[in-house]
Structures are given as structure tokens and as C-alpha cells.
Design a protein around this ligand. Structure first.
Ligand SMILES: [Zn+2]
Length: 112
């Protein structure tokens, strides 16, 4: 793919994902806002379990969102053609700067 095609596809994907990312963060914030007063109602031994459960849920949500973003990046043609790593975020920025995949080192953009 040409670098200009990559940049166009990446910008379009970022625009689409921005709404989902905002909704995900708002949902996580809402859970936190609701969970904090509810955790205070629990007896003292339950606080640690409530915090652990909350952190687990946040971790699961972050992992699901990360996987979803990688899957969309691959479907949108934003992956290295050699090793398949998704060229988004810092990996994408590094590829744009060097024209090479940060994972396998192969050229990811066509000449011109
Ligand atoms: Zn690669």
C-alpha cells in the first residue's frame, strides 16, 4: 500500500473509532461513579473484593476494546503484509516515520 493510502485509511478509522472510544470511556466512568458509593455500603471485608472486581471489569473492558481496535485495523488494511501486526498507534507512527514495520522490519509502504 502507498503511504498516502495508509494515512487516509488510518484517519478514517480513527474518526469512526472515536465515537466508540468515547462511549466506552463514558460507560467505564459511569460504572466507577456508581460503584464507589455502593462499595462504601458493603461491610469492610467486602471492600477489597469490590475493588478487585471493579479493576477486573475495567481490565476486561480495556482488553475487549484493544482487541476490537486491532481487528478493525486489520480489516481496514492497516496491518503489516509480512507479519500481520496492526499498524495503529505508536506502531503506525513508527511505520510512517521509517516506512518499515516496527515488529519485523520489512518495508510496509510501496515506493512513490
Ligand atoms: Zn511486520
Amino acid at each position: 500500500m502507498r503511504k498516502s493510502d495508509y494515512l487516509w485509511r488510518r484517519d478514517a478509522l480513527v474518526q469512526r473509532n472515536r465515537r466508540v472510544a468515547t462511549a466506552t470511556l463514558a460507560a467505564m466512568l459511569a460504572v466507577l461513579i456508581v460503584a464507589i458509593p455502593l462499595a462504601a455500603l458493603l461491610p469492610a471485608p467486602g471492600h477489597r473484593q469490590a475493588v478487585a472486581l471493579l479493576l477486573l471489569l475495567i481490565g476486561i473492558a480495556a482488553a475487549v476494546f484493544h482487541g476490537w481496535q486491532r481487528r478493525h485495523g486489520r480489516r481496514g488494511g492497516l496491518a503489516c503484509g509480512y507479519c500481520g501486526t496492526t499498524l495503529l498507534g505508536t506502531a503506525g507512527d513508527a511505520a510512517v516515520a521509517t516506512d518499515r514495520c516496527g515488529r519485523c522490519g520489512e518495508r510496509v509502504f510501496d515506493e512513490s
